[in-house]
Write a protein that binds this ligand. Structure first.
Ligand code: SF4
Length: 367
């Protein structure tokens, strides 16, 4: 082993000795081979499929991601099939997964691969890193799993496992913290078996060293872990800042008119880019007086009778959306087409991709 492999920023006093590193690698890979999750993207070396699985799993639990992955690969089995799909079709497929920029990025990257690499997923680190939406985590995952390149993944699971293993109190949301963990992750990586090692540490973090209830009793690295069986583990990793969550109020109006209702495609600058929504009044504090009429929609409930109000909450990383959907059976002649809305038959609502809270509402309301 290269002595450089176990040198981490000494200013931080991160003590990692060679014996510990060797023990960790072996214990982790042995455990992974016996207990790792059997998942379809682990039975292939196709970089396209590995890329898709990693992007889906970035913000999604494996159980939910699995269902989406299977449907996605069935519909778009190749880079070319994805590149040639329409945005409408892709968003319908992605509906409910959230973080829609991932779908837009996949689409653009697939089109780039077709244009520049004749639809063959690129092989070199430099070329893969140029693809839209590929950050350091996805790059390391795809390069190590598909091509066995020695690049360590660093994500929430890795922060958690390594910070507990070494009882590290370096905040992970600082530049110094991120560099420290990147270096540590690369130090611990088993460079001869990066695919097994990276998948092992992902599974260890997801299945054993979990955020709220670490299962030290079945952990393969319990003997060398500095937080084993200690409540201290729950305070690792640490962050320097608290996430500030802003509350917002979204009042949607489902205007039903002779078996039809009005919808609108969201713009490019929004969280749900390219998805459809109902007419919306968006406010930052919930008071009608401060309402920002996002679409300069002049709409009054006097147009008809509100027959139903559906209420739900939707959490995003920095926002809490308080959502109400007011259902109104419109009695006056109403035409919103000049304001960019379209009228669709109720029976066709499933053919349009809506943000998750609206999709749940529509499915319940029209079931
Ligand atoms: Fe996490 Fe416990 Fe394993 Fe340490 S021993 S890595 S705290 S599960």
């Amino acid at each position: 082993m290269n002595s450089k492999n176990h040198t981490v920023d000494h200013d931080l006093n991160v003590g990692v000795d060679l014996e510990m590193v060797v023990y960790f690698r072996k214990a982790l890979i042995d455990w992974y081979l016996s207990y790792g999750r059997k998942l379809p993207w682990r039975e292939t070396k196709d970089p396209y499929k590995i890329w898709i699985s990693e992007v889906i799993l970035q913000q999604t639990q494996v159980i939910q991601g699995l269902e989406y992955y299977n449907r996605f690969i069935e519909r778009y089995p190749t880079v070319r099939a994805l590149a040639e799909s329409s945005e409408e079709d892709l968003l319908l497929m992605w509906q409910g997964l959230g973080y829609y920029s991932r779908a837009h990025n996949l689409h653009q990257a697939a089109q780039y691969i077709v244009a520049h690499y004749d639809a063959e997923f690129p092989r070199s680190r430099a070329d893969v890193s140029k693809l839209k939406g590929i950050g350091p985590y996805t790059l390391a995952a795809v390069m190590s799993i598909a091509y066995n390149e020695p690049l360590a993944v660093v994500d929430g699971n890795v922060y958690r496992v390594l910070s507990r293993l070494l009882d590290l109190d370096v905040p992970i949301d600082t530049t110094l913290g991120q560099k420290t963990f990147r270096d540590l992750a690369q130090t611990f990586l088993e460079a001869r078996q990066p695919a097994l090692y990276n998948q092992g540490i992902m599974d260890l973090g997801a299945m054993v060293c979990t955020p709220k209830l670490p299962k030290c009793g079945v952990c393969p690295v319990v003997k060398i872990c500095k937080c084993a069986y200690s409540s201290h583990a729950l305070s690792r990793p640490i962050k320097s800042k608290r996430v500030v969550v802003r509350e917002e109020f979204l009042d949607f109006f489902m205007l039903i008119q002779n078996g039809y209702f009005w919808i609108q495609k969201r713009g490019n600058d929004s969280i749900w880019k390219g998805l459809y929504q109902l007419p919306l009044v968006h406010s930052l504090d919930g008071r009608k007086s401060d309402i920002e009429r996002s679409d300069s929609l002049e709409f009054s409930t006097e147009e008809g009778n509100v027959s139903h109000v559906y209420q739900t909450e939707h959490r995003l990383t920095h926002r809490l959306l308080n959502i109400k959907v007011h259902t109104i059976h419109v009695t006056k002649a109403t035409d919103l087409s000049e304001k960019g809305f379209i009228k669709i038959p109720i029976s066709h609502h499933s053919a349009y991709a809506f943000p998750k809270p609206l999709r749940e509402f529509l499915d319940k309301y029209f079931s």
